[in-house]
Design a protein around this ligand. Structure first.
Ligand SMILES: [Zn+2]
Length: 178
């Protein structure tokens, strides 16, 4: 799905094509152009997902591509540079499930060095259905709503966010500023 490059993989300047050398830049040794001074700063890869809840059940898609193939996860995908994260989440959900949704809140922002889907930061939005017809499409094998007590085998970030959501619902608290 994604291929994250390490600084060692970057060998030539993307601006002028000269070989890169290791130089101290902004507090770290970083690949730096020997000719024009361009410096490679690895940017975090961001994924956006949606947790769509309808009548107490959670919308999940079954992944058809590795990693985590066969496991279930929130609809979602990678954010392109310059793309609005909420619009990206809405678009990915429509592409994968056929459902049009409206974002209601930001549920989670999980960052780690390397997540199972290859993102460094996963934003998960709460959303509700406003239209469309449920139909698995794109890179989703299946799309279905599941009761919280009967969830299938989940990809990691999904289970973390669902657990936090259920805990919050059980305590009767809502996030402020929805
Ligand atoms: Zn250069």
């Amino acid at each position: 799905m994604s291929e994250n490059l390490s600084p060692d993989d970057i060998r030539f300047c993307i601006r002028c094509g000269s070989p890169l050398v290791s130089r101290l830049r902004a507090g770290k040794i970083r690949p730096t152009c020997s000719s024009c001074g361009w410096t490679y700063f690895p940017d975090p890869k961001v994924a956006v997902t949606v947790m769509v809840v309808s009548q107490g059940r959670v919308l999940l898609i079954q992944r058809v591509n590795p990693p985590q193939e066969g496991r279930w996860a929130f609809p979602g995908g990678f954010l392109d540079a310059g793309e609005d994260p909420q619009e990206a989440a809405i678009r990915e959900c429509l592409e994968e499930t056929g459902l049009q949704v409206r974002i209601t809140e930001l549920l989670g922002a999980i960052g780690r060095t390397q997540t199972p889907i290859g993102a460094h930061l996963v934003l998960t939005y709460g959303a509700e259905v406003i239209g469309g017809t449920l139909q698995a499409r794109d890179d989703a094998g299946q799309a279905a709503f599941f009761a919280p007590q009967a969830l299938p085998e989940l990809a990691f970030e999904s289970s973390e966010t669902i657990r936090a959501y259920l805990k919050r619902e059980a305590s009767g608290q809502r996030t402020a500023g929805r």
